[in-house]
Design a protein around this ligand. Structure first.
Ligand SMILES: [Zn+2]
Length: 157
């Protein structure tokens, strides 16, 4: 009987480590996402205007993060801005001007040499789009979000 013993079997590390979405490496994200999704969410890309699958989606439901499935925007706050990207007047969970219960975070983005406000997923830091102060209604905000960064789930009737 060939019986090889490698001493005490160790079961630590991998199993005891809980993997959070945000701790995935670049390579792991590349495996998990399509090239378009990776480019937009992990490399702060922007999909071409009028190309996104959710631009004209008027179905009732919730838009989730394509990376980690966190609920981000409700169809109730979606509107047609004419800019070529899905637009929302506020994030899901917003209460007045309080965004602490939403799935998003705001960050200053000076990438193009101008100050814009980037919108990222709170849970996995996926780049989603930007928010601009030219929106409709009481909030006056326009969340300009890439379709590629979202996964729509229709409301069950
Ligand atoms: Zn996410």
């Amino acid at each position: 009987m060939a019986f090889r013993i490698h001493g005490v079997f160790s079961q630590r590390s991998e199993e005891s480590l809980t993997t959070r979405e945000s701790s995935l490496t670049k390579t792991e994200w590349q495996k998990k996402l399509t090239p378009e999704q990776f480019y937009v969410t992990r490399e702060k890309g922007t999909e071409p205007p009028f190309s996104g699958i959710y631009l004209d989606n008027k179905e009732a439901g919730m838009y989730h993060c394509v990376c980690c499935d966190s609920p981000l925007f409700s169809s109730e706050k979606k509107y047609s801005s004419g800019t070529g990207w899905p637009s929302f007047s506020e994030a899901h969970g917003t209460s007045g001007s309080d965004e602490s219960h939403t799935g998003i975070l705001r960050r200053l983005d000076t990438a193009l040499g101008l100050a814009r406000t980037e919108v990222v997923c709170k849970q996995c830091e996926a780049h989603l789009g930007h928010v601009f102060p030219d929106g409709p209604g009481p909030t006056g905000q326009r969340f300009c979000i890439n379709s590629v960064a979202l996964k729509f789930k229709p409301r069950k009737h």
